[in-house]
Design a protein around this ligand. Structure first.
Ligand code: UT7
Length: 314
């Protein structure tokens, strides 16, 4: 079996920044409530001219450039999203055309905020077995189009953006060591997009309880499957929903604050885009080194969860 790793990464966020203070004039909320309950300070919001596919395409182009590969070298495209431009065609097919890839398989993956981890896990065996060489995996969300601006319990939480990676064969001592995925449909009503109105509905407290239990459990399970101990983990990239939930996971690993991403502070919750966005920013800051053991872990609507334990590098 070939070892699968990330050989290129790129992101895109819209230019418009909306701070908590900006929201105070729009809805009945305040900066102190948002910061203390979630850690969020600001988020990027896509205008009418920017949809999910646009952000996915920009992130994909940047990931390709970062990898040094031409679009013609990509063998498959997977896009994790809950906010596709249309029910079909998939965002993945729109990316295929826009980047000039060959007539390769392309599809969207629906696992809400866990979608990027699900898409990575879906891509992995194709490369391991030699079926495909290079797979473009993207998380892209224009979550703000699902927001009900009358519902202050959800509209302050989310932002827009995209992140993309190229998965390919890497050396035998690097790359993905293990994957853990799961779902529990009995909690589906706690977090969903209403089919009639297109707006998000959430029971925040139930999702919170689920997240603080399931995120550490899944990530520790992945570490165990990799034959490692939690002390071996150098950096944690959790789904960026809420700093309190991230802290709960961090404490289970016994990691210091500088070893866990809190990109949510500047981006809000970008759903399936949050993990690649956070990974990119930590790499840019130089906080993840070649050979580091990192864990990517997501949770979200479904309910779903998923973790990838990997050794960084090519
Ligand atoms: O990708 C997965 C997505 N979801 C999540 O990760 C969400 C998980 N849940 C959470 O992060 C938290 O449950 C929230 C941040 C959403 C809410 O925090 P909480 O501590 O559970 O607050 P709450 O919903 O219990 O509300 C407490 C109070 C309420 O007022 P009363 O009834 O006690 O008078 C709310 O009406 O805070 C009020 N409130 C607000 N106040 C100002 C709710 N939203 C706001 C707001 N601004 N935006």
């Amino acid at each position: 079996m070939k070892r699968v790793g990330i050989i290129g990464i790129g992101t895109y966020v819209p230019d418009t920044i909306v701070t908590n203070i900006d929201l105070e004039s729009k809805i009945d909320t305040n900066d102190e409530w948002i910061r203390s309950r979630t850690g969020i300070e600001e988020r990027r919001i896509a205008g009418d001219d920017i949809d999910t596919s646009h952000m996915a395409i920009q992130a994909a182009k940047r990931a390709l450039e970062n990898s040094g590969l031409a679009a013609s070298a990509i063998d498959m495209i997977l896009v994790a999203t809950a906010t596709a431009d249309r029910p079909f065609p998939s965002v993945a097919c729109m990316v295929q055309e826009a980047i000039g890839a060959n007539n390769i398989p392309a599809m969207d993956v629906s696992a809400a905020c866990s979608g990027f981890i699900y898409a990575m896990a879906t891509a992995k065996p194709f490369i391991e077995t030699g079926t495909y060489q290079n797979i473009l995996v993207i998380g892209s969300e224009k979550f703000t189009k699902t927001l009900d601006w009358e519902d202050r319990t959800t509209c302050v939480l989310f932002g827009d953006g995209a992140g993309a990676v190229i998965l390919s064969e890497v050396s035998a001592d690097k790359g993905i060591l293990s994957v853990d995925l799961g779902s529990d449909g009995s909690g589906g009503d706690h977090l969903y997009i209403d089919g009639e109105t297109g707006k998000i509905k959430m029971n925040g407290r139930e999702v919170y309880k689920f997240a603080v239990r399931q995120m550490p459990e899944s990530s520790l399970h992945a570490v165990d499957k990799a034959g490692l101990k939690k002390e071996d983990v150098d950096f944690l990239i959790p789904h960026q929903a809420n700093v309190r939930i991230i802290d709960a996971a961090r404490e289970r690993f016994g990691l210091s604050k500088d070893k866990v991403s809190t990109a949510v502070i500047k981006h809000g919750n970008t759903s399936a885009a949050s993990i690649p966005l956070a990974l990119f920013e930590e790499l840019e800051k130089g906080l993840i080194q070649d050979g580091d053991v990192i864990v990517l872990v997501g949770f979200g609507g479904g309910l779903t969860w998923g973790s990838v334990c990997m050794k960084w590098g090519k």
